[in-house]
Structures are given as C-alpha cells and as structure tokens.
Design a protein around this ligand. Structure first.
Ligand SMILES: *[C@@H]1O[C@H](CO)[C@@H](O)[C@H](O)[C@H]1NC(C)=O
Ligand SMILES: *[C@@H]1O[C@H](CO)[C@@H](O)[C@H](O)[C@H]1NC(C)=O
Length: 349
C-alpha cells in the first residue's frame, strides 16, 4: 500500500512538473505580427472574481524563459487608475518590442525584447479593476469601484489563478507596479498577507512588493514638485522663496492668489522638461525632427551629465539615447527618440 501510494504521488509529481496544469485553451501559441516560436509559454484568459455579477478579470501570463519551476512569479499592475497593464506589456518590460507596421491600418511587427522581465520571472499582467482593459462585469454597477474593492478582487483573482496554475504556487511571489499602483500594490499586498494569516487557500508564497514612481499620498506627493525643482536647480532660489512664503509650504491645494501665480511661474519654467526624467528631452510630437540640445530648456549644467563610455546595450548617453519607445532591438546605431517617437507625452495625468 505504501509503495503504491508513493508511486501515485510520484506519478502526480511527474504529471505536474511535466505537463503543468494550465487550463485548457489558455495557452497562447502565436500572436499577429510575430513569426516563429515563443521563447516560453504564454497564457491568457479570464478569472471570474464574482460569479453573481459576472465580474471577470483578464490576465496575460508569460512564463519565465529561464527556469519557470524555480523563478519568481510577478504580478504586474499599471496605474491610472484605469490603465491596462498591457501598457507595461507593450511599452515597458513585456516579451516583445513593437515595430510600427508603417501605414495607419497595418498591424505592428513584433520582435523579441532581450530585456523582458520574463527572462528571469514568470509575469502576470492583470487588467484591474473590472472595466479596465479587457476586464469587465455583466453588472455595470461594478464600474463604480474603489481601492478596497479593487484590492479584494485582485486577491480573489490571485487565489483562483494559483488554483488554475498550481505548478507556480511554490514559486516566490511578488507584486509590482507603478504610478497609481502605488495604491494598488500595497493594498493588494495587505489583502494577500491577511489571507495568508487567515488561512486562505491556496497559500500564496508571498515574498514582497515593488513600486516604481508610485502615488502614495495626495499631500506628500502634491507638495513634492516645488522642493524637487528647487533642489535640482531647475528654479532659482528667489522663485522658490516666493512660492514657499506665499504658499506657506503648501502647494498641492493652493487657494491664495499670490501663491497660485508663484506656482504658475514655476510650472511655466519646467513645462518643457520631461517630468518623468528631467535628464531626458521632452518631445511633443511628430513635428520635431531633429535633436537640438542647444535649444533644450535643460539647464546647461545638465547637458553633459550622464555622458558615459560604458557599453550599456541601450543607454549610452543620457541625452536622447535612451531606447526609444516602440523601436525594435537590432544591431547597429540606436536612433534618437525624435526620429522614432511620436507624441511621447511629458505631462501625463
Ligand atoms: C447589479 O448589482 C447591484 C448591486 O449589487 C444590484 O442591486 C443589481 O440588482 C444588479 N443588477 C443586475 C441586473 O443584476
Ligand atoms: C490644503 O491642505 C492642507 C494640508 O496640507 C490643509 O490644512 C488645508 O486646509 C487645505 N486647504 C484647502 C483650501 O483645502
């Protein structure tokens, strides 16, 4: 009996390790615009987080290209609120670089992204909450939502996802995101930890979370720009003092007229800078064809910053040599942003 039991257990293990347990029909075997074999398994589908309402969250999962049995599993959330996590998949760290198909109606060409996070971890891109991206509800009342409901739904999603893909349950699990995910990520992490402590099954092997340029707090975030601009030398001491005095150090909800005009002055001084990265130029549209650092509003002291001979594969120089959005990776010269970028926004709500 005992050996029969062990054999059965072994069989089960082999089955789990060899075949996985992904739901039928979930595997993505090809994408329009991409020729060739995918470097790892891709899955996509819906998880129902509320049967009664028919509330369904869409995910796209990319298995690690290294060692999927051991590598971390990372849930990725873009912010907004209201951004599809396909934003991260397409523009940031997904498995493909998208090359414009040329004409307006043509599909993009997909190239493998050598810097995809799926090189070392299994990535789950989740559209959250319902109403975002491909996630939806059959009851439109669900489109009025809030941070706590979003976190509870995403937690339900995770429990069900790991039931569908038990082969990933023992991997170290992380939650990551950016921008408004500064709210999504810790609130969801809190739900996950509460779930683990309360014995929710399956037990998620939660290891940590990570947030980039996160929204944290209205007052703290809203008051940060003026001291940042001052500290980075983007505005003069005089202009800073004027704002500080008239606004009494409170910039996010100015109601006083003199404070407001001091802030308008600061906004106009930094309006041509890329607020996501002040060392990068800001391109407002297709009309700008040539880089002209001389005309850039970047303070002169910044223009030489970041010049380096280090053989970074993508970024060889701070000014205008970051890997352009949507450009396929290929051998040879890295084009300037404005040669390929169209309408990269500098200000984004
Ligand atoms: C939608 O959900 C609300 C809130 O739970 C409920 O009152 C309403 O009856 C639901 N509508 C439908 C069509 O099921
Ligand atoms: C602005 O925010 C501060 C806290 O940072 C608060 O004390 C003040 O009442 C707020 N003013 C307005 C007009 O909302």
């Amino acid at each position: 009996r005992r050996s029969g039991f062990a054999a059965a257990a072994l069989l089960l293990l082999v089955f789990t390790a060899g075949c996985g347990a992904a739901p039928q029909g979930a595997e993505v075997t090809g994408l329009p615009g991409f020729d060739g074999a995918l470097p790892s398994k891709h899955y996509a589908g819906y998880v129902t987080v509320d049967e009664k309402h028919g509330r369904n969250l869409f995910y796209y999962a990319v298995e690690s290209e290294r060692d999927p049995a051991k590598d971390p599993v990372v849930l990725w959330l873009n912010g907004g609120p209201g951004c599809s996590s396909f934003d991260g998949f397409v523009y940031e760290h997904g498995p493909f670089n998208f090359e414009s198909g040329g004409s307006v109606k043509s599909l993009p060409k997909l190239h493998l992204n050598p810097y995809s996070w799926s090189k070392v971890s299994t990535m789950i891109y989740l559209d959250s909450p319902a109403g975002v991206g491909l996630s939806y509800s059959n009851n439109v009342s669900d489109y009025e939502t809030g941070d706590l409901k979003t976190a509870a739904d995403s937690h339900t999603f995770l429990l069900k996802w790991f039931q569908l893909y038990p082969e990933f349950l023992s991997n170290p699990f992380y939650i990551a995101g950016e921008s408004y995910a500064g709210v999504y990520v810790p609130t969801l992490s809190h739900e996950v930890v509460k779930g683990i402590q309360g014995g929710a099954k399956p037990t998620i092997n939660f290891k940590g979370y990570m947030v980039g340029n996160g929204v944290c707090d209205t007052v703290f975030d809203g008051n940060a720009l003026v001291p940042f601009a001052h500290g980075m030398g983007l505005i003069s001491e005089e202009i800073y003092q004027q704002a500080f005095t008239t606004c009494d150090g409170n910039y996010w909800n100015a109601s006083d007229g003199t404070c407001e005009s001091a802030l308008v002055k600061i906004d106009s001084l930094i309006s041509e800078l890329n607020i996501y990265d002040i060392l990068e130029p800001c391109y407002h549209g297709r009309s700008i064809k040539e880089a002209n650092p001389q005309n850039s509003k970047l303070p002169t002291s910044f223009k030489d910053l970041g010049t380096t001979n280090k053989p970074f594969p993508v970024r060889t120089r701070m000014l205008g040599r970051a890997w352009p959005l949507r450009a396929p990776v290929k051998a040879g010269r890295v084009p300037l942003w404005q040669e390929v970028a169209s309408g990269v926004p500098c200000m984004f709500a």
